[in-house]
Design a protein. Structure first.
Length: 350
């Protein structure tokens, strides 16, 4: 079966979206619209894999689901030309995840570093959903037989697992897939991660060795998409640096994680390479570089924050977008589920 190229990716509605989510994922979501049919999902079923203290409870989940949708649209995703929806409205995600649970191996999941990081020391108390998160993620992607998945670098291992699941399903059920018309025995493509841009792993502003993340206790570790200009300026001015001037060559950034991170952010926001940025700022002090970075961040992020504010003020409009998107997503998902059920041997109404 040859697969039509299709893009799928998701963002969890937990806490505040930050510059890492924006540069690692959303900017590339916007770009991919020019060349592909895209499906962008607010993955609310993933959000509840952590404790309620993290995702904030039912009212907060609904609010953050709308906020992430608003961020997609404010950043330039067109929900009419492409599909924007929330995961829980399409039951195929859970159904396909169950089939994949019976394909994926415990040994594969035991290697997932995100589970180890998020479960921490109290692994016995982590939800089964958190452990199973990568299987649901494989189902999210393969339900639409998506071929390309724009993500930040932290999701690379999960994408490899999605490929392993697709491959094992195709192998295990090859004869059945062929008997249902796919002569090459492939029901699912092996999805490719698209890890693009100068900031595929944006680091904490307080510690250049730690990923910028929603769950960091310090708000000064990240720039939220909803931060106002003063807050952005304060956070960048307080961002950790080292006493040396900026290097003139990119390799001079290697032993300096904080400098590397700030230069990477500047490069990604301005659509330039790090080498190019260093041509302008190399040899200079951080203070003047930081001033330029503040200006750039505010210029790029303030219009998005303003538009998000406008959009979330009309929840009915956002819900209508999610309902329309989920209807269109379901039409694709239903086809995959029918085929998957036939291939596995589940009897269904015809
Ligand atoms: N720091 C980052 N740099 C680059 N890309 C990032 N992404 C997340 N953090 C960075 C990318 O953003 C997309 C959506 O991520 P998500 O919200 O679904 O999941 P996450 O990885 O759990 O986000 P956080 O902020 O890192 O949350 P916590 O604090 O829970 O760990 C993905 O494509 C991701 O790669």
């Amino acid at each position: 079966m040859s697969f039509v190229e299709r893009v799928f990716s998701g963002v969890q509605p937990t806490g505040n979206l930050h510059l890492g989510n924006y540069l690692g994922a959303i900017v590339n979501f916007v770009k991919m619209q020019e060349t592909h049919n895209c499906i962008y999902c607010v993955v609310d079923m993933h959000a509840i894999t952590m404790g309620m203290d993290v995702w904030g409870g039912p009212a907060e989940l609904a609010r953050t689901t709308r906020e992430v949708t608003a961020a997609f649209i404010a950043s330039g995703i067109d929900p009419k030309k492409h599909i924007v929806f929330n995961q829980s409205q399409v039951s195929g995600h859970a159904e396909l995840a169950w089939i994949f649970n019976c394909v994926a191996r415990m040994g594969w999941l035991n290697r997932m570093t995100q589970f180890k990081e998020k479960a921490g020391k109290d692994r016995e108390n982590a939800s089964v959903g958190l452990y199973d998160y990568p299987v649901l993620m494989a189902a999210d992607i393969l339900l639409y037989r998506a071929t390309h998945v724009p993500v930040g670098e932290d999701q690379k291992q999960h994408l490899e697992l999605s490929r392993d699941i697709a491959q094992k399903f195709n192998n295990d059920f090859g004869d059945s897939i062929r008997s249902h018309g796919a002569h090459d025995g492939m029901l699912f493509p092996l999805p490719e991660p698209l890890i693009m841009g100068a900031a595929t792993r944006v680091m904490s502003l307080r510690d250049g060795t730690k990923k910028m993340s929603k769950s960091d206790a310090s708000d000064y570790s990240r720039i939220n998409l909803t931060d106002d200009a003063d807050t952005i300026a304060q956070k960048i001015r307080k961002a950790k640096t080292d006493p040396e001037p900026l290097p003139s060559e990119e390799k001079g950034l290697e032993p300096r994680p904080e400098a590397d991170n700030l230069v990477g952010i500047f490069a990604a926001l301005s659509g330039r390479s790090k080498a190019d940025v260093l041509r302008d700022f190399g040899g200079g002090q951080f203070s003047s570089f930081k001033n330029a970075l503040v200006e750039l961040c505010v210029t790029k992020l303030s219009p998005i924050a303003g538009e998000m504010k406008r959009l979330v003020a009309d929840p009915g409009h956002i819900d209508a977008i999610l309902i329309d998107g989920s209807d269109r997503a379901r039409a694709i998902a239903d086809e995959t589920m029918k085929l998957s059920k036939d291939v596995v041997g589940f009897i269904r109404r015809r």
